[in-house]
Design a binder for this molecule. Structure first.
Ligand SMILES: [Fe+2]
Length: 290
């Protein structure tokens, strides 16, 4: 693995999207991620890019509507102060669109490109995007999975991050995984006995964790400080193929078919992924004819 700009440590690219693993990053003191700059990003960004929740697990409220709009910076200080005690979240979507994140985003994209090339699953990340999460001490993110691959970096504070192996039927069934990837079903409720499968990371400033595509995970923030973390979400050629093949499986299930799981036979996944847009169009057309 050649020298990376943002990551360090013993990195085995062959583990990508197979198993969660820890690595180190060099971004903890990057000026774009300083709280003063994050305040500026929040004040510069359109309101739909900022999510704020006073609830433990609810990111659906809009940050701007929670605040007096006359002075974002003063209000952000209040929000950050409240975040120490309110068990809430602020999420900044697509900070890469802000000029202050331009170089950071470029460097991360280059590093992920190198990882994908070493893994043999692409030349560059597909559909790449960043999110910044600012969360209260003790706040919990419930068990769920992301619909892309993810490398999450801890910038400030600490958390326990439990990550589960991907595509294991006992953890999340094939049917539930495919339905959730296709945005058509919710995940089933969390069961305590699943904790046996977890890789638990004590996640600190300067550390990063790879969360594979469709790997379940939950987060318990440390109680000592607020938490700031940065996620780089992306697809490889392989995970985009898996994603479309899973959506294909989900759609054909409605016709009484029990499809083979994705990720076993690459040739079959390729055919399903290619066929998905056609199936999607046909089903949309059929809905229109009803
Ligand atoms: Fe997540």
């Amino acid at each position: 693995m050649k020298n990376l700009k943002c990551f360090a440590g013993d990195i085995d690219p062959l583990k990508l999207d197979r198993t969660p693993f820890g690595l180190n990053h060099k971004l903890a003191d990057h000026p774009a991620l300083a709280i003063e700059n994050l305040a500026k990003v929040i004040s510069d960004f359109p309101k739909e890019k900022i999510l704020h929740s006073k609830e433990l697990n609810n990111l659906s409220k809009n940050f701007d509507t929670e605040m007096d709009s006359t002075n974002h910076e003063v209000n952000l200080v209040e929000v950050i102060e409240n975040i120490r005690t309110s068990k809430s979240y602020i999420a900044i979507k697509n900070p890469e669109l802000h000029p202050s994140f331009k170089d950071l985003y470029k460097d991360l994209t280059e590093d992920i490109s190198n990882l994908l090339q070493a893994h043999g699953t692409g030349t560059k990340p597909l559909e790449p995007k960043l999110w910044v999460f600012i969360a209260s001490p003790g706040a919990i993110t419930p068990f769920h999975f992301d619909r892309t691959s993810n490398i999450i970096m801890q910038i400030r504070g600490s958390k326990e991050l439990a990550v589960f192996p991907p595509r294991v039927d006992e953890i999340i069934s094939q049917r539930d995984t495919e339905g959730y990837v296709d945005w058509s079903t919710e995940l089933p409720p969390w069961r305590e006995e699943l904790d046996l499968f977890a890789h638990k990371f004590n996640f600190k400033k300067g550390e990063a964790i790879h969360i594979p595509f469709v790997s379940g995970h939950y987060v318990k923030n440390g109680t000592d400080d607020i938490s700031i973390s940065l996620s780089f979400f992306f697809h490889s050629d392989e995970t985009l193929r898996w994603s479309n093949a899973m959506k294909f499986n989900n759609r054909i299930r409605r016709f009484g078919v029990s499809p083979n799981p994705v990720g076993i036979k690459q040739g079959l996944d390729k055919i399903k992924a290619k066929a998905f847009p056609l199936v999607h169009r046909m089903m949309s057309l059929m809905r229109g004819l009803k």
